[in-house]
Design a protein around this ligand. Structure first.
Ligand code: FAD
Length: 430
């Protein structure tokens, strides 16, 4: 019987186990560490990712305080504010530990999925009819035979390395990410993004009384203090610092980098790479987890039949590589555009000024980022607003009173209970 080895129990590995299990494909998921898995992440799941959780009933395994819906994205740049809500539903701010646990519980619900923690892939060798994998667990090595290996083992993928699939990263900037959680009631129904020279701060509401602050920065341009490195980054954003400085820390500050990785091919003989193991550029567009989910669905559309026919050579798996290209191209294009804005403050300020008056255009970029709409379906009719914004941008003082209303209207106890769409429509409503 065909068996699939999935290396890595992060969002990519567990989601592909779930989608394949739906098609009765027998899988073994190995995770070198223990579940639930934490990871440095902005923890903002875009609406397409939320739809995936709902489609596979993964959301049922999220604890009530494990997540918090958000309506859209808000950029704060100096005194300019640009914001738009998602058209395709709410995003979820989800604590990674809770997402990991929900995915794990769902995967465990399938009898054809075997879950092994503290088990690491050491090496593998391939022949015409299968793969011999060497797995190590508690100091013991064991050899097992599989039909195919799915490498979902993150940025420093061992599967990619052993298969000789390492390739050029889609970007040259050496960016790092870091995050910490604070006990504070979310003050905004948006994921907020603030910019400073060489760094952005992301604020994601992820529980009734929990907010995550994440930073992305270029190490060559900005060196955090060695002692209390997270605090030194927080001080660059005085308003944020003020909001959380007296709040209880709910997690240890953690960082990761450099972030950009690529591969020479997403498939090889009996090998498939997904998630960060395949390609990753940056967290700036908040798309990593949703893209991993999209890839998991692509694998489950094609792999079951290929397994039945034992057509698992590189040329047979190209059908997958071809399908992966669309979401990856979209992700890389929009992430590169966003990175341009971080590099060139003049460009960024111009873009922020323009978007501040055109929530329709901003919304269009958000939908394109998720693949819900093609980028080139640009709403031309509202483009004049971009020009209007460039000349007369919307300033924070214009909306300061609405911050209080948002808090009262949207962060009330009923807000999460009905999990309904936010009443706030867009910046025009303010
Ligand atoms: C600062 C930052 C902010 C981000 N913000 C967002 C965001 O807001 N929204 C979003 O959607 N995405 C975001 N991302 C991206 C997101 O975190 C990743 O895209 C996502 O975690 C990818 O999942 P994965 O399963 O591919 O990899 P991972 O989550 O890294 O999981 C890989 C797993 O493989 C295991 N593993 C590794 N090697 C082996 C081995 N040899 N044997 C067995 N197991 C192994 C690891 O222990 C790990 O559990 C952000 C990333 C960063 C760095």
């Amino acid at each position: 019987m065909s068996r699939v080895l999935i290396v890595g129990g992060g969002p990519a590995g567990l989601s592909v186990a779930i989608t394949l299990a739906q098609k009765n494909v027998a899988c073994v998921v190995v995770e070198k560490s223990c579940w639930p898995r934490d990871k440095v992440c902005g923890e903002g799941l875009m609406p397409t990712g939320v739809h995936f959780l709902q489609k596979y009933n993964i959301d049922k395994n999220l604890p009530e305080d494990g997540y918090y819906p958000f309506a859209g994205i808000r950029y704060l740049d100096g005194n300019i504010i640009a914001q738009a809500h998602f058209k395709s539903g709410d995003g979820f701010g989800i604590r990674r530990l809770h997402l990991s646990n929900a995915l794990l519980q769902t995967a465990r619900g399938f009898s054809c999925v075997e879950i092994r923690e503290k088990t690491q892939l050491q090496s593998f060798s391939r022949d015409e009819i299968g793969i011999d994998a060497v797995l190590s667990c508690a100091g013991n090595s064991l050899n097992e035979r599989f039909s195919v290996i799915i490498g979902a083992d993150g940025l420093r993928s061992k599967v990619k390395k052993i298969a000789g699939l390492e390739g050029r990263a889609p970007g040259k900037q050496k960016r790092w990410g870091g995050r910490q959680h604070f006990a504070v009631t979310p003050w905004s129904p948006y994921v907020e993004i603030r910019w400073r020279k060489g760094i952005e701060a992301y604020v994601t509401p992820s529980g009734e009384n929990r907010v995550e602050i994440a930073f992305l920065w270029e190490r060559e341009k900005l060196k955090p203090r060695k002692k209390d490195w997270f605090g030194s980054l927080l001080e660059l954003f005085p308003d944020l610092y003020e909001k959380v400085r007296d709040c209880k820390e709910l997690s240890k500050a953690q960082g990761i980098g450099p972030l950009a990785v690529g591969c020479s091919s997403a498939v090889d003989d009996r090998i498939i790479l997904i998630g960060d193991a395949q390609v990753y550029l940056d967290g700036i567009t908040g798309e990593g987890i949703s893209m991993a989910f999209e890839q998991a669905e692509i694998v489950s559309e094609e792999l079951p039949q290929l397994l039945i026919d034992d057509r698992l050579q590189k040329k047979d798996l190209q059908v997958l590589a071809k399908k992966f290209k669309k979401p990856v191209r979209r992700y890389v294009l929009l992430t590169r555009l966003a990175l341009l804005l971080t590099r060139y403050p003049v460009l960024r300020r111009g873009a922020m000024r323009s978007l501040s008056r055109s929530s329709t255009c901003f919304q269009h970029f958000l939908e394109s980022n998720m693949g819900a709409k093609p980028l080139w379906y640009f709403p031309l009719f509202s483009s004049w607003q971009l020009l209007w914004g460039l000349l007369v941008p919307k300033r924070i003082t214009d909306v300061s009173s609405s911050f209080i209303n948002e808090k009262r209207d949207l962060i009330g106890p009923n807000y999460k209970e009905d999990k309904c769409r936010h009443t706030l429509t867009d910046s025009k409503a303010i």
